[in-house]
Write a protein that binds this ligand. Sequence first.
Ligand SMILES: [Zn+2]
Length: 470
Amino acid sequence: MKSNQQKQEQKQNSEAIIIRGGTIATLGEHNKVLRDHALIIECGKVQKIIPEKELFEGNFLSQEYSEIWSQITILNASGKVVMPGFINAHMHFYSSFARGLIKADPSKNFSEVLTNLWWRLDRKLSAEDNYLSAMVALIDAIKKGTTTLIDHHASPFSAKGSLFEIAKAVKESGLRASLCYELSDRDGEKVAQNGIQENLDFMKWVQSGQEGDQLRALFGMHASFTIEDKTLKSAVEQARALDHKCGFHIHCAEDLSDQEITQKKFGVRVVERLERAGILGPTTICGHAIHLNDHEMDLLRKSDTIVVHNPQSNMNNSVGVANTLKLLEKGILVGLGTDAMTVNMLEELRSAVWVQRLFQKHPNVAFIESYNLLINNNRQIANRFWTNTPLGELKVGAAADVVLIDYDPPTTMDESNFAGHLIFGLAESTVDTTIANGKIVMKSKELLGLDSESIMAHSREVANKLWNRF
Ligand SMILES: [Zn+2]
């Protein structure tokens, strides 16, 4: 039995939420679609999933809850599906400020996309831009039910403190994020050194544990073709000295030019170079992985390295299509990211299905595999970083990252066909309520705790200044 003082502290530190009346999709390894069940959240975790009638039978509410919680929030989820918040495994918050920018020169290939747009933009980012572009993306994520994001940040001339600015926005949003700084030699040695330092400073801060369960750190790197051997070696040594199990987050063979330049400059293929540098492993993320040969895929598999597929970005940049079916067949853990094209994971999931079918020239492939990228593999990926509390699944003890989506299925929906409803129905529906870490951050489509209108107004002002400097 808890003492009265403990109960009091518990009450002050968290809120209790009972979600009833909806259809619960637990996801996890064995997805259950439950009707007439209630989901009970306490202290940031799923406490119970029980048949609704038990809420009243035996006076459950008064016996177990009323003495501890004077105020329980009861959410009516009727006409809604209750499921875990989505996970985005590759994101760039700073891209928010590229929306509507018309000053970039037209590009005829991916290298020009980088030089004409992204590397021009990231050089101009200030600390305020870093904070606000993240905040804007996080507000969008709340609205789309994405509660965990693995970000990759670049702001070469405001690298110092940049991850801390983004972390401030993450804390305020209530969501979870893993952050890293994009190390690169493209702006010279001094900027590269600052990139290494920012990664190390942030990793140390996160490891100190003061910031709780919202934030995680990886060591970020741009891509093989913009990192010299000396920088790569120094970065890996310093990262390993701080944490011998440290994971890295890097773009990998996104465009054929990464392979061509790497082979010309360093005499090896991209994944071979990463393997020799010692950065592959179960907590390292290789984004894209499009232009790989069998040997490189085997290296990723042997090292249990994570691959993240970003289909909309790949189509947008015309860089090719990752052969997700082959990567999965090899046994590689492949997840789904948006590369900042959107924070709507269901839109990205639909794109993953369509493009793979086009790529494989087969109308009956990549359905359940693409569903698994988002639903099962992103869960496994997130749980490699958030090891304290399971994410991506509704079960007792799991993180209370929960979304309520408006959806009244027009056909039978159960465990056997949930993927079909997710891709063709839920993906087209509206997120009504988002709960992150046991806190309601959006209720009935209204943000709680963040003044979206004034943040967007401020964001437009700051983005205009950035565009004037572009
Ligand atoms: Zn990216």
